[in-house]
Structure formats: structure tokens, C-alpha cells
Design a protein around this ligand. Structure first.
Ligand SMILES: [Zn+2]
Length: 423
């Protein structure tokens, strides 16, 4: 009788103990990229508990009872970060056809693109400009587990001037179409910044110059004044958000940096003064260069209106020359693509362009990991394979530190400890 009581007690103790120890997953691979040093770690082991990494290194002891995922000869990297997407957009939306799409329809396009992006190895994105609040709704649906996708830091509708790059510049006046983020003057700009935050914006996006895929404006001219930029950026910072500025022309780049912007997007006409200012202010540049190849090759297929194609042919080759200078001069770079201008899922094609412009593969990989995490303000969560961070991991064949194109074929993806692609 006594013996039975003791064994019941022991059983109860063992059961309680097992429940207290969280299940461990161990991911093994032949190699792992240490993104900080730019070196390979061989016989890599990553230990994961729940959503987070608990340890990572070479030949770590795997605890008894752990679930082991053996990736064989593959190379592990942290999940990639794209700091410039438009997740709810598509290349076909560049012309007039977007007028016929409702907000619910656009959001569902976003859900499709989110899965494609995640499976391409991008486990985190910063979405900088969406129709309405579609990217914010999508972010919340992903966080709630309703649809699969990357972690999203979302801006909602970008702020811009009347008739500027981020207004609906394509309509006849009879349609009275005004994009949701349009704000002129300090008072309106403050109101729209606050309204975006009210509806859930994590980051404030500003259109500081003209653009390529907009009618009737010039990418080289600035659109907001210094006073307006200071008001928007100051308010974003006061309310705990960073701000990102679409800026092609040198004047707009200079004004946005002087007003305290956290990142310049595109930067196509960055000049010596812009390079100097961005280095001084430690402002990130987010170049988006691969899109030029795709857009010009596929202009006919997506029915890109002629005036937009003409602008693209002038601006995009020039951008590579100027961004090459900025990279060589040491301007901080974070990885971005402008995915939506070309199909989502091809994001990793940007790496080869960065290498062509003078980066080593390790430097290019850093732009999409530690640098992008720093720009997002998420260095404690993502961007490297280290204890305490989310278990966001990818694996590739080949040697990405020798050839970054290996990242264009991601074989296996894990987000927050759950495998989302591969076995
Ligand atoms: Zn963009």
C-alpha cells in the first residue's frame, strides 16, 4: 500500500517536472553564417525553446528529448529582412488598373504576397506605403495567426503633398481622387502623422521628392519643405516612431536628412553633399536597385504607361552610379527592394546588385540582417542567430559568403520556431 502511494507521488513529480521543462528543438547544419564577423561556423547547432533561440554555436550538446532537425550540408543564416516593401501591391498595379481594386481586394493580394515573401526567406519586412491601412490589417492578421507571413513593421498610407508622388496623380479632376496620406502645410502634416499612428502605424513614411511610377512629377525635385519635414519627423519621433523618406533628388535627400529622417529610400541622385550629411547623421540609405532590371524588361507585359517607362529608363541606371559612390564612401546601408514594383519573392535578387556595386557578400548579407534590424529598431528581436532572438532561420545550398545568389534559392525557412518551408 505504502509502495503504491510512493510510486504515485513519484509519477506526479515526474509529470509536473516534464511540464515545467519547455520542449527544445535543435536545428543542425554543416555551416552557419555569423553575420557580425562575416565568417562561417561549422557543425552548427541552434537550440530553440518556443519562439526563441536559447543557444547557438558549433557542436553544442543537444539536450536529451530534443526534437532534432538535421539540415545536412546546408548553410544556416538568420531570417532575412527587407526594409522596403509594398506588400499589398503588385507590378500590374503601377498604371491605372489599381483604381478598380477595392481595399478588401488589395488586402487579399497582400495575404498572397506575404506567404510568397516568407517562403523566399524574408521573415521580417518593413512596409513603407500601402493603399489605406491594408498593410496594418495584414500585419495584425499575421500576428493573430489568421494568415502566414513575415513579421511586418507597417506605415499605412505615406504622407505626401497634393499632386506629389504619393497622391493619386493619375485621375481626371472629375474623379476627385485624393490619396489618404496627402497633407499640405505643417498643421495638416501633423494631423495625418497623428492619424496614421492612431490607426496603428509603426513607422511614418514620407514622400520627400517626386517619383518614377507617378504621373506628372520629376524625381529630382523636392516635394515637402524643410519646415513640413521637420514637423512630420519631429512628431513621429516624439510619439516613438521612426520615419522613412522616399527621396530620389539631391535636394530632397538633403532636406530630409537635415530634418532628422531615419532612412532615405532609393537615393537615386545622392550627391557628395548628401553622402557627407548621411555619414555625419548616421542616416541609413535603403537603395532599391534590382527593380530597374525587372521593370524595364517587363514593362510591356505589365502595361506600364509610357511616361513612367521613360522616367525609369533615365533614373534607374543613374541610381546605380550614384549609389555605388555612396556605398564606397561608407554611407550606412540597409537592404530594401520596393517589391511590388516587381514580383514579391524575388527580393533576394537585390544582393547581387549590391555586390556588383562594391560590397563583399558578407557586407551585403549584413544589410539584410543586423543593419536592417537596427534601422527597424528591432535589434533585440531579429537579424542574427543569437540567444534571446526570435528563432527566424533560413537554410540554403551553396556558399552565400562566396556567391550571394545562393540566397535567391532559399530551401528551408523557420519563423518563430515553426518550420514554414522545407522539412
Ligand atoms: Zn517604395
Amino acid at each position: 500500500m505504502k509502495a503504491i502511494a510512493v510510486s504515485i507521488l513519484l509519477f506526479a513529480y515526474a509529470a509536473a517536472g516534464a511540464a515545467d521543462i519547455p520542449a527544445i528543438t535543435a536545428v543542425k547544419a554543416a555551416h552557419m553564417v555569423d553575420v557580425r564577423s562575416g565568417k562561417l561556423v561549422d557543425q552548427a547547432v541552434v537550440l530553440i525553446s518556443g519562439e526563441r533561440i536559447t543557444a547557438a554555436g558549433s557542436q553544442l550538446t543537444i539536450p536529451a528529448g530534443a526534437t532534432v532537425i538535421d539540415l545536412g550540408n546546408k548553410t544556416l543564416l538568420p531570417g532575412l529582412i527587407d526594409a522596403h516593401t509594398h506588400i499589398t501591391g503588385r507590378p500590374e498595379d503601377a498604371g491605372y488598373s489599381i483604381i478598380a481594386k477595392s481595399i478588401p481586394r488589395i488586402t487579399l493580394t497582400g495575404a498572397h504576397n506575404a506567404l510568397t515573401t516568407l517562403r523566399a526567406g524574408f521573415t521580417t519586412i518593413r512596409d513603407v506605403g500601402a493603399d489605406g491601412y491594408t498593410d496594418i490589417g495584414l500585419r495584425d492578421a499575421i500576428n493573430d495567426g489568421d494568415v502566414p507571413g513575415p513579421r511586418i513593421l507597417a506605415s499605412g498610407p505615406p504622407l505626401g503633398i497634393t499632386g506629389g508622388h504619393c497622391d493619386d496623380t493619375m485621375h481626371a479632376p472629375e474623379y476627385k481622387s485624393i490619396a489618404l496620406g496627402v497633407a499640405d502645410g505643417v498643421d495638416e502634416a501633423l494631423k495625418v502623422t497623428r492619424r496614421n499612428i492612431k490607426y496603428g502605424a509603426d513607422v511614418i513614411k514620407i514622400c520627400a521628392t517626386g517619383g518614377v511610377l507617378s504621373f506628372g512629377d520629376d524625381p529630382r525635385t523636392s516635394q515637402y519643405t524643410l519646415e513640413e519635414l521637420k514637423a512630420i519627423i519631429g512628431e513621429a519621433h516624439r510619439l516613438g516612431r521612426k520615419a522613412a523618406a522616399h527621396a530620389h533628388g539631391g535636394d530632397g535627400i538633403r532636406l530630409a536628412v537635415l530634418a532628422g529622417i531615419d532612412s532615405i529610400e532609393h537615393g537615386s541622385y545622392i550627391d557628395d553633399e548628401g553622402i557627407k550629411l548621411m555619414k555625419e547623421h548616421k542616416t541609413y540609405l535603403v537603395p532599391t536597385l534590382y527593380l530597374g532590371d525587372w521593370l524595364i524588361d517587363n514593362a510591356e507585359a505589365i502595361k506600364l504607361p509610357a511616361p513612367l517607362l521613360e522616367k525609369a529608363k533615365v533614373v534607374l541606371p543613374q541610381a546605380r552610379i550614384n549609389i555605388g559612390k555612396a556605398i564606397k564612401a561608407g554611407v550606412p546601408i540597409a537592404f530594401g527592394t520596393d517589391a511590388a514594383v516587381y514580383p514579391h519573392g524575388l527580393n533576394a535578387r537585390e544582393f547581387a546588385v549590391l555586390v556588383k556595386l562594391g560590397m563583399t557578400p558578407a557586407q551585403a548579407i549584413r544589410t539584410a540582417t543586423v543593419n536592417a534590424a537596427d534601422l527597424l529598431g528591432w535589434s533585440d528581436k531579429v537579424g542574427s542567430i543569437e540567444a534571446g532572438k526570435y528563432a527566424d532561420l533560413i537554410a540554403v545550398d551553396g556558399a552565400p559568403l562566396n556567391d550571394v545568389r545562393a540566397l535567391e534559392q532559399v530551401q528551408w525557412v523557420m519563423k518563430g520556431g515553426a518550420v514554414v518551408k522545407g522539412n
